[in-house]
Design a protein around this ligand. Structure first.
Ligand SMILES: [Zn+2]
Length: 143
């Protein structure tokens, strides 16, 4: 039994199981192999790939899931960028934000934790604060 990585003209990748490489070629010549996604019968054989590449086949079958994963990756990248460009002052956030606002500390972008009351007080004083939902997974390696 031979497992081959196949691709249709629309770029869908899938696995085909054949008795031998010859068996594949004869079925391919008679257009007996159909893409399981779109039904195209002009499939071509991909250079035998490591098992790792098979995840691409799963994603191609589920484009909505792929889009969601890409969206999540974009959000994570944007968040990571914010984290990299800000200084973590932890629970001294309100104090530090005030010091920066009143020129008692060097101007810079900071992040940290604060209570909703403190955040409101800062806004009342004209200090810009932005709530940032940071997934716990992102916080870990940066602290
Ligand atoms: Zn296809």
């Amino acid at each position: 039994m031979k497992v081959l990585d196949l691709q249709c003209p629309h770029g869908h990748r899938f696995e085909g199981w054949f008795a031998s490489a010859d068996d594949f070629e004869s079925q391919q010549a008679r257009k007996l192999i159909e893409c399981p996604i779109c039904g195209a019968n002009e499939v071509s054989r991909l250079p035998s790939a490591p098992r790792l590449n098979l995840s691409g086949a799963t994603e191609a079958k589920n484009p909505a899931g792929l889009e969601q994963a890409q969206m999540q990756a974009r959000v994570m990248r944007a968040l990571r960028e914010v984290l990299e460009k800000t200084e973590n002052v932890g629970d001294r956030f309100a104090e530090e934000a005030r010091r920066i606002h009143y020129n008692e500390a060097p101007a810079r972008n900071i992040r940290g934790v604060t209570t909703p009351e403190d955040a409101r007080a800062l806004v009342d004083e004209g200090i810009q604060v932005m709530p940032l939902p940071v997934p716990a997974a992102l916080k870990e390696p940066l602290q």
